[in-house]
Design a binder for this molecule. Structure first.
Ligand SMILES: [Zn+2]
Length: 83
């Protein structure tokens, strides 16, 4: 029954609150980038010389540099040169 599941979940409330604090959300889509204390779900991006230049959100594909500045927002067509 639904009610039984609900009460089961509340027993883990403190655990949920702990996870809540460790959340590492994407600025664009609020995807939780937190994986564990060592890794995030951020996707590393490299330039042609295999130098890591930033990271990408695996959920919305937006790109960021290492200052967490947004480089590219997926879906927003901010084309630079409109000749
Ligand atoms: Zn995102």
């Amino acid at each position: 029954m639904k009610e039984k599941q609900e009460s089961l979940r509340t027993t883990h409330k403190s655990e949920v609150e702990l996870i809540e604090r460790e959340k590492d959300l994407c600025d664009i889509c609020d995807f939780d980038l937190y994986h564990n204390d060592r890794y995030t779900k951020r996707v590393g991006m490299m330039d042609s010389g295999n130098k890591v230049t930033g990271w990408m959100c695996p959920s919305c594909n937006s790109e960021f540099d290492f200052d967490n500045k947004i480089v590219y927002i997926y879906g927003q067509n901010s084309v630079k040169g409109d000749a």
